[in-house]
Design a binder for this molecule. Structure first.
Ligand SMILES: [Fe+2]
Length: 140
């Protein structure tokens, strides 16, 4: 399973869209690494999982920070709500990482992680990121 960028996900804000496309590439690399490790549990250590999650956690935090800075700069009235949504993602990422730490790598957990990413991102971009895009386009 991989995340597919489709035109429907465009917010109409070039700076946001270009970052989201890059984000999809990074997340796909993460999911591919996770999938590879799931298929090769004998060579996958806890340190591998830690490193894989750490990479995506740092990348997502940097991505969210940039996006939050951008929307705050434009005095978007829903900035705080948007930040809360990003925080929910971070919390769930930590929850998933905790499951890997506790149970080790498995196909079930890998699929759960992939589905969470896919559902959260699609929903977040289609509703909250797009709402910001609409706001920015209507702004005088
Ligand atoms: Fe966002």
């Amino acid at each position: 399973m991989s995340l597919l960028w489709v035109d429907e996900l465009q917010t109409g804000v070039y700076d946001l869209d270009i970052k989201q496309i890059e984000l999809f590439d990074r997340l796909n690399a993460f999911l591919m690494a996770l999938g590879y490790k799931t298929g090769n549990p004998n060579i996958c250590t806890n340190a591998d999982i830690d490193m894989t999650f750490k990479f995506i956690e740092e990348y997502m935090i940097a991505h969210f920070d940039k996006e939050e800075g951008f929307i705050a700069e434009h005095q978007y009235p829903e900035t705080e709500t948007h930040k809360e949504s990003h925080e929910a993602f971070k919390t769930n990422l930590a929850r998933l990482k905790g499951k890997f730490d506790k149970r080790g790598i498995s196909t079930t957990l890998t699929v759960e992680t992939e589905l969470y990413f896919k559902n959260w991102l699609t929903d977040h971009i289609l509703t909250e990121d797009k709402a910001f895009g609409d706001f920015l386009q209507k702004k005088p």
